[in-house]
Design a protein around this ligand. Structure first.
Ligand SMILES: [Zn+2]
Length: 224
């Protein structure tokens, strides 16, 4: 057995989500092919063949499982289509503040992208593991952190520029996320830089010690 086949076999027995979409499990006794994360009971190993793509499984005469829907597995055309939509929405939220402000509604953003709020929420959970509102909140916090550590702006100004809409909300979110007021973050920057000192700017107004918004889409999934 090749090294790859051994990896696939282990991923299959463990239903390892890290391998979802990387290969498919074809069950000769039923004529069905599955993702390795399929919740159905594992068939006997001797009845199973592993293939690299859904197309290969279908070319070999297998039909997609109705439980795990391999035709929508990661890296499938359907999955890539929804990923592109999520990436677009993500940019609108993070770069344009599409969900900042009192009147911002997920439904409006979803409408702008031609889908229902429910569908958008589901796509965000699938690709990012977080709701659109959670993504927006993280973006506001990270904008604020950059301003706290990279500028001398006052708290109200930072609250407004980061998209919190009010100082009260800015304080409330920082209390929840960091268990301390925003001012404490400025006074005790990670890395022990003296108050008022500017951190080296690494471009785009970000400081070197910022935790970047993890690339939501590719994190945790290394290409082979
Ligand atoms: Zn299945």
């Amino acid at each position: 057995m090749t090294g790859e086949a051994m990896l696939w076999e282990r991923a299959w027995t463990q239903r390892d989500p890290a391998f979802d979409g990387r290969f498919f499990v074809c069950v000769r006794t039923t004529g069905v092919y599955c993702r390795c994360v399929c919740p159905v009971r594992l068939p006997f190993r001797r009845n199973v063949t592993f293939l690299r793509s859904a197309a290969a499984a279908e070319a070999a005469g297998f039909r997609p499982c109705l439980r795990c829907r391999p035709e929508s597995a990661p890296f499938s055309p359907a999955w890539k289509g929804t990923l592109a939509t999520v990436e677009r929405a993500f940019r609108l939220i993070v770069e344009e503040g599409a969900l900042d402000g009192e009147d911002a509604r997920v439904a409006h953003l979803a409408d702008r992208l031609g889908m229902t709020e429910r569908h958008m929420r589901r796509l965000f959970l699938r690709h990012l593991g977080a709701t659109p509102m959670a993504v927006a909140r993280t973006a506001r916090v990270q904008r604020a952190k950059r301003l706290l550590s990279g500028t001398e702006l006052g708290m109200t100004e930072i609250a407004m520029q980061s998209g919190f809409g009010s100082l009260r909300r800015f304080n409330a979110v920082f209390a929840e996320v960091y268990r301390r007021p925003p001012g404490a973050i400025r006074r005790n920057p990670p890395g022990g830089i003296a108050p008022g000192a500017r951190k080296p700017d690494i471009g785009g107004g970000r400081s070197a010690t910022d935790v970047p918004l993890a690339n939501p889409v590719r994190s945790g999934r290394k290409q082979p």
